[in-house]
Ligand binder design. Sequence first.
Ligand SMILES: [Zn+2]
Ligand SMILES: [Zn+2]
Length: 301
Amino acid sequence: MRVPWRGGAVRITLDSAAPVMLIPLFLLIAAHGPMMSVITFSFLPLFLLYNHFLFLKLKPHNSFFLSWTITSTVLLFLLLWSFSGMLEIRNDEFFVFLLITTAALYSMNKVKQKEMLSFVSEDQLLDGGEKCSECSIRLPPRAYHCTSCNACILKRDQHCAWLNCCIGQHNHFWYIMFLIATFSQLVLYSNLILTTACHPFKVIGSIMLPDDCSDVYFDLVYAVCFVSSIYCIEGAAFVFSVLALECWLITLGITGHEYRNRSKRSYCCGLIMSRPYSKGFLRNWILFWKGADISYQMYKI
Ligand SMILES: [Zn+2]
Ligand SMILES: [Zn+2]
């Protein structure tokens, strides 16, 4: 499909257009009652998991999950913006949400922008390094091949389907920032909606939690807002699990690629295993915060 755009038509593939229609459709179906919500949000993770393996097999470099991420982020913002008056969401609360959404989109853009920097370049090739069987080049330490990108990536962590790019040495920091911003956005959204659409009660100070949400399904707008907050809770649980694993791996001084390809003689989620590049828990974090270029020098033996 071609869409007219400034400077020429833009080609939109079916996999990138599908989430724009599917996410609102899922929310509308879920808004039809408690039972439909339970069915929809039980089915959704299975649907995404199935699509993940299907695309991995048929089209590893697809835009489906990236489009899903962007559509979710923008849709949540539009929903809160449209109904903040009706739900009596304060301006300062909306402003914080706007800041976090901007941070999520900015870090997402940085991850994509810096992806190419992690691709192994000519000047980084080592004569005595391990040979990549696909690219037939000698690699520097901690560079691994990505079958989706068909390239070797410095300090490869993973190929993130949700951003449709490889996470490596130069964009790992922004990937963690993206996870933190996305998690914060999802938690704040669900809290703002649940404490306004439902009957809230005060926990401490201005922190509130929802009490009774039984009557939200009587009005379609309230129902859509409510189910979108359930969608956020489900998303936040997933993002938190990814973030927790990433933080654990940074602490251990290993990448996601090294963790997944660890030897069978590893115990306690990678705590007891060979970690030749680890500099100690604290130093691993210092190296991570200092940035990619400095930490890379540490691995150039
Ligand atoms: Zn390679
Ligand atoms: Zn890749």
